[in-house]
Each structure stands twice: as C-alpha cells, then as structure tokens.
Design a protein around this ligand. Structure first.
Ligand code: KG4
Ligand code: ZN
Length: 337
C-alpha cells in the first residue's frame, strides 16, 4: 500500500554512537550509509563527548555518500528527516542542527522521527511486511519494549524494562567476562561454540515488564565463586558461559513476548533493535512462531542496529501525511513514546 508513497527524503540518525544517513525514494530505501565509532571500545561504553565529536567529523561525508549512492542530487530532495530523540543530547544536536541547516538551505520541509518508532517501522523497509496489528519486541542498548502496533502511526508500549535494557545485559556481562564493548555481538559469536549448561535465574516480574538487574548480579556472583575454586574458569568455560547467558536473556524476552501475544491475541510477532541481531533470539522467535502457527518478522541485520534507513522509512509515512516540523524544533534526549 505505502509503495504509493511519493518523495525523495534524506534521513539522518545520530542518537548514540553511529552516524548514519539514508535516502528513501518513493518508499524504497536507496542508500543507507553508517560510520561506526570504534573510539568507545577502550572505555567499555559510549563516551558522550567523544561521540558528539565523531558525529561532527562524520556527518558530512556520510550524507554525501548517501546522496551519491542513491543516484540523486541534493536539489532533487523533497524533505530532510532526522532523529529527534531519545538519545544522547550532544549526539542528537549534531544530526538535528545539520538537518535544520540543510532543509533551510534547500527550502524544503523538515521531518522529525522518534528513534524507537523507527526501529519498529524498519519492518516496512523490506517485504514481507507485518500485518496489523502486530507486536514488536524492540531490544537495544538503551531500551527493551513490547510495542503493540495497530498502524504505522499508532503504537503503544505494553511492556518495558524496569532497570537495564537487554543490550545492557549483554554489554555488562561482557565487561565482567573481559570482552570488548559492545559485547553483544562477541557473546553471540562465542555462544555458538558453547552449550547453555549453566542455569541463570529467570526474574519473577509481574505482567509484561522486564528486569535484568537480578541476572546481572547472579552472573557476577557466579563468576566470583567459580574463580575462587578455579582461577582458569573464565578462560576454560567462556563459550559455555556466553551460551548460558545468551540463552537466559533470550528466554526472558521470548516468554514475555509469548504472554503478550496470548493476552492480546496477536499472531504476528516482530523483533527490532540491536539485540534482534542475536542468533538465539532470532532462532527462538522462529521456533515460538512455528509451534503456535504464528508469523515471525525479523529485519535484515543492517536494519537491526541503529541506521538511518529506518529513520527514512518512518519519515516517508510522515511525508505522506504532511507531518512536518518547524525550524524551532530541538533535540529531545528523553522524547516520550
Ligand atoms: O539498536 P542499537 O544499535 O543501539 C541502541 O539504540 O542502543 O543496539 C545496540 C545494542 C548493544 O547493546 C549491542 O551489544 C547489542 O545491541 N547487540 C547485540 C548483538 N548485536 C548488537 N546483542 C546481542 N547479540 C547480538 N548479535
Ligand atoms: Zn536504536
């Protein structure tokens, strides 16, 4: 239906540590260029000041490449879209200011996008698209949400984390295991060489909300106790520990998603956000859907982690409805859903 969408939109994403630009033409993402920042690895987490500085350096070449890769010129653009929030203020400022200046110079409208809406709408970049209503488990470094999606512009959060996000659970575990930041992809890689032989607790949280802080403490004590009796424990058991932690995080996520599907009687389930790149989570969702005769929707890897393609997709829906922002728009680190 939305392939009837018209317009050429440049989208910019700079909410955290990736500078990304994409061009969407008539509802089709034609380019999606991302500059990853490796500077944070040695600090074990994103350093906001360093992130903003890197965005400043990266934004122009990334935008230029996105326009070139889409085979258009800047004068053909109909609108400029950007992530307004949530995210790191210094990072958002770079993308928002660039977008505002570019739109002003080209005399075309501005479209603000909510980063978490965009993760959900990433499912409309490539077919097969989910049918409404569907549930989207959005799992990233900063968020863990179950979203009930009734339409492109009608979504409600029906479950979220009370403490750490799923990505944080991966990253903090990685820190305890001495793995580089962000640890999610590395834990995933090592887990595939091991078996989930260690039992970590599943939190008892009411309703559709999540909690990962108990798991984090359990892993910390487990490692401390095992190292007392065997100083080589981490070295010898790294793959099995990764497989066990990954298994538990995936089961916590999937059991809540399953409950949500039953409660709301919804048979189309999707995952989104950086953690949706995780192999155990992807396999688990497929198995859950197969058992229940439900439909699973898993985005391509490039649209799981932060990317401007998803911002462009979300902006295309807004362009269709002529929902624009004025030059007075400001970044909003805690933009409400
Ligand atoms: O959506 P995203 O790129 O950025 C945020 O908006 O936070 O998500 C980043 C998070 C990080 O915590 C990273 O460790 C995690 O996604 N991640 C993974 C995998 N790939 C990225 N976690 C588990 N398994 C993966 N394969
Ligand atoms: Zn994200």
């Amino acid at each position: 239906m939305f392939r009837a969408i018209k317009g050429k939109i440049l989208a910019i994403e700079s909410s955290c540590d990736d500078t990304s630009a994409a061009v969407i033409v008539d509802g089709v993402v034609m380019s999606n260029v991302t500059a990853h920042q490796i500077v944070h690895a040695e600090y074990g987490g994103v350093v906001p000041e360093l992130a903003s500085r890197k965005h400043q350096k990266n934004i122009l070449p990334v935008v230029k490449k996105a326009i070139k890769d889409a085979n258009i010129t800047k004068d053909q653009l109909d609108a400029i879209a950007f992530t307004r929030g949530p995210g790191l203020l210094g990072s958002l400022i770079v993308g928002v200011t660039f977008a505002k200046a570019f739109a002003l110079a080209l005399n075309i409208p501005l479209i603000e996008v909510h980063h978490m809406h965009a993760h959900v709408l990433a499912h409309f970049i490539e077919e097969p698209f989910p049918a409404f209503p569907f549930l989207c488990l959005t799992v990233s470094g900063g968020h863990t949400q179950i979203v009930l999606v009734n339409a492109y512009n009608q979504m409600t959060v029906i479950g979220s984390t009370l403490d750490d996000a799923a990505g944080e659970a991966f990253d903090k575990t990685g820190k305890m295991l001495g793995l580089p930041y962000p640890a999610g992809p590395e834990i995933d890689r090592l887990a595939q060489k091991g078996n989930a032989i260690y039992q970590f607790p599943e939190p008892k949280i009411e309703g559709l909300n999540f909690s990962f802080s108990g798991l984090k403490t359990a892993i910390l004590y487990f490692i401390r106790d095992e190292l007392k009796s065997n100083p080589l424990f981490l070295k010898l058991e790294m793959n099995n520990i990764c497989a066990s932690v990954q298994h538990r995080i995936a089961t916590i996520l999937l059991s809540k998603l399953e409950n949500a599907a039953r409660q709301h009687q919804i048979s189309h389930l999707a995952i989104a956000g950086g953690v949706s790149a995780n192999s155990t989570l992807r396999e688990g969702l497929l198995a859950l859907c197969q058992e229940n005769n439900w439909t699973a929707h898993i985005p391509a890897f490039e649209y799981c982690t932060d990317n401007a393609g998803m911002i462009a997709m979300a902006a295309a829906f807004k362009f269709q409805d002529k929902i624009f922002s004025g030059q007075e728009v400001t970044p909003e680190p805690r933009l409400i859903f």
